[in-house]
Design a protein around this ligand. Sequence first.
Ligand code: IVH
Length: 666
Amino acid sequence: MSNSKEEAKKRIEWLRKEIRRHNYLYYVLNKPEISDAEYDELMEELRRLEEKYPEFVTADSPTQRIGAPPAKEFKSVRHVKPMLSLDTAHTEEEIKAFDKRIKKEIGDSIEYVAEPKLDGLSVELIYENGKYVRGSTRGDGINGEDVTENIKTIRAVPLVLRSDEIPVPTRLAVRGEVIMHISDFEKLNKELIQKGEETLANPRNAAAGSLRRLDPNETAARPLDIFFYEIMLSEGYEIKNQWDALHALKKWGLKVSSYVRKCRDIDEAIEYHGEMENKRDRLSYEIDGVVIKVNRFDYQEKLGQKSRSPRWAIAYKFPPRKEETQIVDIVVQVGRTGILTPVALLKPVDVKGVTVSRATLHNEDYIKQKDIRIGDWVRVARAGDVIPEVMEVIKEKRTGKEKIFRMPDRCPVCGSRVVKEGAYYRCTGGLSCSAQLKRSITHFASKGAMDIEGLGGQTVDLLVEKGLVKKISDIYRLKKADLLSLPRFAEKSAENLMEAIEKSKSKNLARLIYALGIPNVGEHTAKILAERFRSMDKLMNASMSELISINEIGPETAESIINFFKEERNRKEIKSLKELGLKMEYEEGERKLKGIKFVFTGALKEFTRGEAKSIVEQLGGEVLNSVSKNVDYVVVGEKPGSKYDKARAMGLKIINEDEFKKLIEK
Ligand code: IVH
């Protein structure tokens, strides 16, 4: 080697080591020694040298985090041990009961480790001889998705473990949580709004969505972070308890929360929970509780696990976050079947990073029970962290000016009479009520129903408002010119929608029955009805006793079917749909794959995964994500993943795309 080349090699090695050291200082110890600009300079120098001497580029170089090509699909990888869930507790009593169960099994002196419960998505990482080799998501708990390249783009993930304090295991499997910091989440959402894309509901969804991009370069562009909390396997380095595990992780350069605590007994763990609840608002990321774990591994082993969760750990959740705001007004929304739902309009308030300005009040009883009035100050929370709910009224803040809300006796949209049915109020306007019409049509066109792509909520609103669609069958009377008269349509989009409408005519009977939106008739019931009656005519004229003689159909569903077809308006609509060319008969073979289970691996030439899945499901079959002995066919396309090897090893029936096509042919 020439002198200058020799020197470049040395410099490259030095730079890599130095960059790794600064990563460790920054991510793990939180004590950076240099500025971001200085760090960038080191990276830039390394990049330049590697460009000049590509023969010195190694997979674990800090420059190699990005650039992997997009994947067609994520391969499936088996976890070293199943990824379990945690039992949850919400009260101190539940935690004490947990402690009692453990003491009964182990004895009186139990040490715990308490950690923040991070709200992200869990991943498993494998290091071999200190080098990062694989990363996977939870998947079904047994098999995860191989996201090796995506995880590599997370800067806090070391590609090489540190070995200066403790030896590095020959094989190490660790688990941790990938998260997005709240500020990064907010910034990302702002960018998405600017680009006209849909925003993400919360940092957890943002982290999950970002990590699971098929193109790792897209993941690289998203600011993700990670915290580690479990060692599943450490060959060649023995660890005896969780506390030591957390310290070993740190010494290898794997970031651990700085809030972990060793607790001498359960009372200390309960105290920790209280402290963390107070701190939670000051953290830069979301935590939704704390995890309490028995410290000693031999005790953990003795305690064992239930089917899906260990007996030695529990998640002690925080109560949902509540924010105070005022009800400006209560309005009424009209659903597809005419049910009126009262909705509180709120002074916008930030609840866990999401601006909330409306909250459902469910029905009149709910309002009465909580004595909710217009003008009230209330506490709102996001139930299940998604749908905003009014939790309670702050009665001390009442001024006497609050107004009691009453359900209207006329529909606020169409003015028809409103009738009371049990706890609910219903508009009697049927499809002459534009709110009901809009929702019925959106339902009719939705994915599980007639699957008319391009006929979503906003387009439906326009069509109804312009008077172009007054009943469902009008969809099939639309002309291209009608669509072109709408603000959202151009030549191409109008053509596409016309085509999608035409294509929907050949959808099967089960979908059509479901699409009609008969109350209580979901996708599953619709399939049963189609199979049993085999034609719309027969179903329309079915008697009560015929209907309830079917196993899965109860009297309530039977009654709504009878009532639906009793209405002249509905009978006329079905006649129109038939004349317009929709399929009213059950086709033999429609459910010819009934009960048959498929797994797909590799790329098919003629179908996307989604298309293949929907065909199988339409024919009554099922598509599973991973191979097991329950699988009937494994369909193998180009570049199959590990599922193929596994299927072969298990002796499952393997078919190619042509054979699959034969199976689904009518
Ligand atoms: S330990 C047996 N520790 O919570 C499962 N999990 O509900 C042991 N999580 O799948 C997991 N922070 O995604 C553990 N400090 C922590 C955690 C944590 C968040 C997540 C993890 C797990 C889920 C279980």
